[in-house]
Design a protein around this ligand. Structure first.
Ligand code: AGP
Length: 372
């Protein structure tokens, strides 16, 4: 009913709007007065966490994209090697697992069969499994050794939005906590990152306040057949997530690429007026990365692409090559997905509406996939 949707036309719109709160709620009670992390709820002891020598993230769909981003944060902050694998592929390739492997299973519903089978396989090999889950008491956390709940609240729309942002927050918390427990060299940085994380909810709110041009752009593209998405570093999984949202909701051919792969094939797809969304990394953090994305944007634009660039406020170098510029607040590189994903959700939702599609219940899809 309209009341359940809080006055919005669709649950998806309501859930997109709830993201600042979902992010803040997922941090709530997990940071103590001194700015350190308190994750006592994890039933894996600090001693056990110090023994971990490999992390494997398993998940599906949007949760898998959260896992891809987690890998960047985990390896950077903990120096523990981290792999990310589609849950549906995991157990069939005889993965190397032992009691020092920490498996992180990410799932909004906690009922995804592929993810459940992956975690069962991991536990059979003696690995510890930590679930990151949004649904209290669901099967995946019940069968795991430990759980860190995301506090997104119930997500009804089939297309995942607020759960994704909170999965990212939970992954950052786990990575930071591992760093804290193991005393990695960026020990002093942890307070800085936690402070930045605490400000992210406000940044997401600001993104949401500036989405009208994105909706207008989406409507203008309603008759297109294909949209490509490009990103580098953590912008790459964001590009994949933007493409997945568009497939699910707008039923359009959408593909995400690592921008560096363009010249290895996908650039052949570029033709006159093809919309290409590019997620530009922060120009401050890693300037090499930023320079490279600028040349990628130039390359595709020279071949006729219609460039839609998501860039930080104040990033002027991309402006001359952007046919459409979508601004997001400045954040540290690793945290950028929390703001960069939001315009892509709005974009896909608006395109679905413009194409007359059912936003909350896309064809052929179920909210949680309980078969393998
Ligand atoms: C996201 O928009 C999708 N509907 C889908 O990819 C989903 O993220 C995936 O099925 C995993 O679900 P889970 O998080 O409940 O395990």
């Amino acid at each position: 009913s309209a009341a359940e949707k809080g006055g919005y036309d669709y649950f998806m719109l309501k859930e997109i709007a709830e993201q600042p709160k979902a992010v803040a709620d997922t941090l709530l009670g997990r940071i103590d007065a001194s700015g350190s992390l308190r994750l006592d709820e994890l039933r894996i002891s600090a001693a056990e966490l110090r023994e971990v020598d490999k992390i494997v993230v398993v998940a599906c769909g949007t949760a898998f994209h959260a896992g891809m981003i987690a890998k960047y944060a985990i390896e950077h902050w903990t120096r523990i090697p981290c792999e990310v694998e589609l849950a549906s592929e995991f157990r069939y390739r005889d993965p190397i697992l032992d009691p020092r492997t920490l498996v992180i299973a990410i799932s909004q519903s906690g009922e995804t069969m592929d993810t459940l089978m992956a975690l069962r396989h991991a536990r059979e090999q003696g690995s510890k499994v930590l679930a990151i889950c949004n649904t209290n008491g669901s099967t995946i956390p019940r069968e795991s050794d430990a759980v860190l709940y995301t506090h997104a609240g119930p997500e009804v729309a089939v297309a995942s939005t607020k759960a994704f942002l909170t999965q990212l927050v939970a992954c950052y918390l786990v990575a930071l906590y591992l760093g804290q427990v193991r005393g990695t060299k960026w020990g002093d940085e942890i307070h800085v990152v936690i402070r930045d994380l605490s400000q992210i909810s406000r940044a997401v709110e600001r993104v949401l306040e500036t989405m009208e041009p994105v909706r207008k752009l989406a409507r203008s593209l309603a008759d297109k057949n294909t949209v490509l998405f490009l990103g580098r570093h953590v912008g790459y999984p964001v590009a994949l997530e933007g493409a997945l949202k568009l497939k699910e909701l707008a039923y359009m051919h959408a593909e995400g690429f690592a921008a560096g792969e363009l010249k290895h094939g996908p650039i052949a797809l570029i033709e006159e007026d093809l919309p290409v969304v590019v997620v530009a990394p922060s120009p401050r953090a890693r300037s090499v990365l930023h320079d490279k994305i600028v040349s990628n944007i130039q390359e595709i634009r020279a071949r006729g692409a219609r460039t839609i660039v998501i860039a930080e406020e104040g990033d002027e170098t991309v402006a001359p090559y952007a046919d459409h510029l979508i601004r997001i607040p400045a954040t540290p590189t690793l945290l950028q997905p929390l703001v960069a994903t939001v315009p892509l959700q709005v974009f896909a939702c608006e395109l679905a509406t413009a194409r007359g599609n059912e936003v909350d219940q896309p064809r052929n899809l179920a909210k949680s996939v309980t078969v393998e």
